[in-house]
Ligand binder design. Structure first.
Ligand code: SF4
Ligand code: SF4
Length: 211
């Protein structure tokens, strides 16, 4: 892949992918602590179905398999169950590293195409930032109708019972369609997000300076 930022990183790190991960991926500085015991991969309920479970990804980072790691679908499938984190004898924050790798792959323009989990992640984020709290009804409907109206109606009909149960358990209210609850200080919440974006842009800019 040849996006300018990706090229700058390739030139900056000159084949030292472990250092690149250490400097740029969330919690990536932990990868060097992995002792390849395989407990995380054995504990991951989904790992056996992925191209590369966590232990393998960490080994590939050390082996400079940059292209294979950053374009892998594996970290996009992590459900944040934290099984691996609870069991890692070295205490690696594996879940965060998995999401960090996915995010970094996206920044580098190397993420795999049409990841359903990415679509959902974006939908969740757009929903959340409107009011500072997730509107579960709108999020659910957005998810059901993401592949078109006819498909949405079909999926919704099949989920009627689930929806009714959520309403009974007060996990969802039909009134949420009108807007739902938000945080009390919405402008403060948006200011906080803006500041976080500025800090992240400054950090990325500093790290992307090739020389
Ligand atoms: S459990 Fe921890 S130390 Fe063992 S392979 Fe996984 S990340 Fe590495
Ligand atoms: S947090 Fe992700 S990587 Fe870890 S066990 Fe769960 S699904 Fe697997």
């Amino acid at each position: 892949m040849t996006t300018a930022v990706n090229q700058a990183m390739v030139e900056k790190y000159k084949g030292n992918f472990l250092k690149e991960v250490t400097d740029n991926v969330e919690e990536g500085n932990w990868v060097k602590m992995c002792m390849q015991c395989g407990v995380c991969s054995g504990s991951c309920p989904l790992g056996p179905h992925w191209d590369h479970p966590p232990q393998e990804l960490f080994m590939m980072i050390r082996a400079n398999k940059r292209e294979e790691v950053l374009s892998s679908t594996s970290m996009w499938m992590c459900t944040s169950c934290y099984n691996c984190v609870a069991r890692c004898p070295r205490g690696l924050p594996i879940t965060h590293i998995m999401h960090g790798l996915a995010h970094y792959g996206k920044r580098m323009g190397m993420k795999p195409k049409n990841q359903p989990t990415e679509k959902f992640g974006q939908m969740f984020w757009d929903n959340l930032i409107k009011k500072g709290r997730v509107n579960e009804l709108k999020l659910g409907l957005g998810l059901y109708f993401k592949d078109g109206f006819a498909e949405g109606v079909k999926v919704s009909m099949g989920k009627q019972k689930l929806g009714m149960n959520m309403m009974k358990a007060k996990r969802m209210s039909p009134m949420e369609i009108l807007g739902g609850h938000g945080v009390s200080d919405l402008s403060g919440f948006h200011a906080m997000l803006k500041k976080a974006e500025e800090l992240e842009a400054a950090r990325v800019g500093a790290n992307t300076d090739a020389k």
